[in-house]
Design a protein around this ligand. Structure first.
Ligand code: ADP
Ligand code: MG
Length: 481
């Protein structure tokens, strides 16, 4: 490689769309939470996208994705990895099996290839190289790639693995290929064939390592290192994997340049020791009655004399907090209340009393509860539906501290669509299954309504109910009433 000059090429194709650019940082972090808690490392990672149309894809590819495959929206790894790769960055993408990693690298690869000078008659290619650990996986990627290239004769793709016929692979290569999907061993064989005159990596500007954990487990590291030595140093290089063990990390840091790491958290956002529940109502009165029955102690005070199971009730405003306080006192409860409208001393003493009283109830607003750590809280009641994923994570997280278990119940009004969307995404399968059919269907219908509203721009995931958008949302609610 040393001393050779390479022709320039373009890596960067992504232009951040208006809809993403105008989001606030708070909205972006809530968006990342909603995308299965995508976490990023590395400098200047672009924001995730929410729609295919944000990527500036060609009409052909858009039609294929939305009409033929009927993929409604990008999966979380696609939403974050595609803008990062299309910005020209090296990327490490970690996401569970079946989460759509293939398209995450195929779309940027195809975009780059279309921009490159076509292969001349003397050149065999490839322009893009995809390495996979096994024949089956290479075949799968190859088939996926063919779906995208079947209408573009200028992008020829072949699959080169051991165990398939070498002769036909050689013939295909001689005619020229833009994309090679290969196992590392077979690719090295091809590179050395005919003393290096059959195929070379001179024009390779994009390298993908898929299922990198398995590439590593199967001992392909030396071969990959050898292949990489032959590829120009300013290539774009991405690595995808379901897991990211430490030994793979050091390998990645040797191979990739200033990478962005993207990890999709396949675990639920909500602590696994928290059991999530929801009850849906069509009136405030019903909702209040449900609160009363949740607060009524079910246990026998003689038998459970030592029991301390505290409850936190979340309200969305100081006014609602005060109102609930009065109504609960009317019903002979003795709750404690804290919110920003109370003087500091009163807040501190109420909190102390809540901590020292067994089976006590605390009424509070979400902002004041951040960081609150009271181990005996076994029940959180979200009285006013949350408006952001971040809020939901914070409020439910007040229970199940340490390794304790807890329950989080949301009392939902049937017009609170954003919260239905958030709950439906946050609930685990077993939590959805354990709901009465009627409630589950109602929740999912509301969530679906919100989701289709988002698609036509009527609702937005984060904007309109996060940060300064919160006021706007409340104004809309006032106008409605
Ligand atoms: P992974 O490589 O992460 O295991 P794949 O790329 O093989 O996952 O994708 C798994 C399945 O999901 C495939 O059948 C693929 O066609 C499908 N798929 C990919 N992207 C989407 C999407 N945005 N919406 C719906 N299905 C998708
Ligand atoms: Mg895969």
């Amino acid at each position: 490689v040393g001393g050779t000059t390479f022709e320039p090429f373009t890596k960067s194709f992504y232009v951040e769309p208006e809809e993403i650019r105008t989001m606030t940082d708070v909205e972006v972090s809530d968006l990342r939470l909603s995308l299965d808690n995508v976490s990023i490392k590395g400098q200047a990672c672009p924001r995730p996208i929410t729609k295919w149309s944000h990527l500036g894809l060609s009409t052909d590819i858009m039609n294929l994705i939305t009409h033929e495959f009927k993929f409604l929206s990008p999966t979380p790894i696609q939403a974050q990895a595609i803008p990062a790769i299309m910005s020209g960055r090296d990327v490490i993408g970690i996401s569970r099996t079946g989460s759509g990693k293939t398209i995450s690298f195929l779309l940027p690869l195809l975009r780059q290839i279309k921009s490159l000078r076509p292969l001349s008659r003397e050149e065999t290619g490839p322009l893009g190289l995809i390495l996979a650990p096994t024949r089956e996986l290479a075949m799968q990627i190859f088939e996926e790639a063919c779906k995208f290239t079947k209408k573009s004769p200028k992008i020829r793709t072949i699959c080169c693995t051991g165990g398939s016929e070498l002769k036909s692979q050689i013939n295909d290569i001689k005619r020229g290929v833009e994309i090679v999907v290969a196992t590392p061993g077979r690719f090295i064989d091809l590179l050395t064939l005919n003393s290096g005159k059959l195929i070379n990596t001179k024009r390779v500007t994009f390298v993908i390592m898929d299922e990198a954990d398995r590439l590593f487990d199967l001992g392909f590291e030396p071969q990959i290192t050898e292949i990489m030595k032959t590829v120009r140093p300013d290539k774009q290089c991405v690595l995808f994997s379901a897991t990211f063990p430490t030994k793979l990390k050091s390998f990645a840091s040797r191979i990739l340049y200033r990478p962005i790491s993207i990890t999709i958290n396949s675990k639920s956002l909500v602590n696994e020791n928290i059991e999530q529940r929801v009850q849906i109502f069509n009136s405030d009165q019903r909702k209040f009655e449900a609160l009363l029955s949740l607060l009524n102690p079910e246990f026998d005070s003689e038998q459970d004399g030592d029991r301390d199971e505290k409850t936190i009730v979340f309200a969305s405003s100081q006014q609602i907090c005060d109102l609930l306080y009065n109504r609960l006192v009317d019903k002979n409860f003795s709750p404690f209340a804290i919110h920003a409208g109370k003087p500091y001393n009163e807040r501190a003493s109420n909190l102390e009393k809540f901590k020292s009283t067994r089976n006590s109830v605390l009424l509070c607003t979400e902002v004041l509860s951040r960081g609150l750590n009271v181990p005996e809280v076994s029940l959180v009641i979200v009285y006013n539906a949350v408006k952001t994923f971040a809020q939901y994570v914070h409020t439910t997280g007040r229970t199940a501290r340490g390794d304790k278990h807890g329950v989080a119940v949301t009392l939902l009004l049937d017009d609170e669509l954003p919260a239905a969307y958030i709950l439906n995404k946050s609930f685990r399968d077993k939590e959805l299954e354990s709901m009465p059919d009627e409630s589950r269907e109602r929740l999912q219908k509301m969530a679906g309504q919100f989701e289709s509203g988002m698609k036509i721009g009527k609702y937005r995931l984060a904007k309109g109910f996060g940060g300064k958008g919160l006021e706007h949302m409340e104004k809309l609610n006032d106008e409605k009433q």
